[in-house]
Design a protein around this ligand. Sequence first.
Ligand SMILES: Nc1ncnc2c1ncn2[C@@H]1O[C@H](COP(=O)(O)OP(=O)(O)O)[C@@H](O)[C@H]1O
Ligand code: SF4
Ligand SMILES: [Mg+2]
Length: 432
Amino acid sequence: MSAEQQPGRHVDPEATTSTEPEAAPAQHAATAVATDGSPGHVQGHGASEAPADAKTLLSVEDLRMWFPVKSSGVIHRTVGHVQAVDGVSFEVAEGASLGLVGESGCGKSTTGKLITRLLNPTGGSINFQGRDIATLKERELKPLRREIQMIFQDPYTSLNPRHTVGSIIGAPLRIHKIVPENKVLDRVRELLEIVGLNPEHYNRFPNEFSGGQRQRIGIARALTLNPKLLVADEPVSALDVSIQAQVVNLLQSIQSEFGVAFLFIAHDLAIVRHFCPEVAVMYLGKVVEIGDRDSIYQRSMHPYTQALLSAVPDVKQAAIGGRRERIRLEGDVPSPINPPSGCRFRTRCPIAQDICAKVEPPLLQIGPKHKVACHFPGTIGNHPTKPATTGLLGLDADGNADPRASASSELNTSPGYADRWYDIDRQSMTGA
Ligand SMILES: Nc1ncnc2c1ncn2[C@@H]1O[C@H](COP(=O)(O)OP(=O)(O)O)[C@@H](O)[C@H]1O
Ligand code: SF4
Ligand SMILES: [Mg+2]
């Protein structure tokens, strides 16, 4: 059921015309709207490629968010922790776009809230424009709030229903004194036009707009302060499928026009495929695979990514070993309060061996722009029978410490990609 059809959701007929179901494509943006409405057919493939020499904007290293679990009763003792995000590292270049994908509950939103500093991290660093913002106090964060903005999943709850669109979009302009008071309305109108809405609708309330239009309002609000980074947390998941492509196209056009970088959070690989030249796959608080588009969609090496890919309808069959059938994972996602030892995916992994329970696989760079956290990395049907990581980790084949070996000094777990990486076939380091 579309947002427009839901009972109790009033949509002004003037705000939505029959020929332009969601919004008129903006003059500045949204020029590449898919005709079939499917998110898998979003156009403008190269629009979000950042220049090759783009500087690093965001560098997240070993980021952790452990929420305390309190006992019931009079004295609330901490009896455990929800390990929502546990040792996450990645980089986003200026004007680039990284997709963050994984099943519900794997820590995507928490990662987004840590980067926007809506949460205080338990550990790790968040380098933004060369400065660690992980431990900044609220007062020090104010300038940062201009630079990093968040677009939320639910356009119904993220807009205050009692405020007009003009005051919602105008508020950040006033708080941060971006434009003089007498210019606020002009800027609001301009922003409405950029996101493809009628600039004269500034005095309407959120409930007078459809779901996709409300998400456009959320996008306009996020753009008010000319951010350098937009964290978009499942920005189209709550929208009707026919509207999703329009909103993704709008974001893509905004990105290429304003050069803003994106962390685009999604629960499946289909949505981010065309938007993000780089994708990170999360499972139970950890990044299990990260790489450029080709590495993830054509040569995925992690069993979890491969299972996710098998659910994407139009992925090339080569990426999933020529199989078309869905890889169904056994069991449920374990609790992040007491995650499995070693590899967190081992309780559901079809190729797990003993070492997987003993040793956590490092997020190992295995190509120029490809990292994977698995002892047996390989495309489907080509996973090695012996662990590929033991030489690097100084372990024997069962995962026990090898007295004759030690962990390689070339084992690099820094965010981003190095010039040298581990060749899994030759089991040695190689380079460009
Ligand atoms: N404020 C919180 N307190 C305790 N646990 C939380 C809190 N926020 C999220 N979690 C837990 O952290 C895990 C990751 O949540 P979240 O980041 O929302 O996942 P995702 O966005 O991938 O669905 C989940 O198990 C969730 O229940
Ligand atoms: S390390 Fe083991 S359990 Fe984890 S994904 Fe690889 S094979 Fe599966
Ligand atoms: Mg979420």
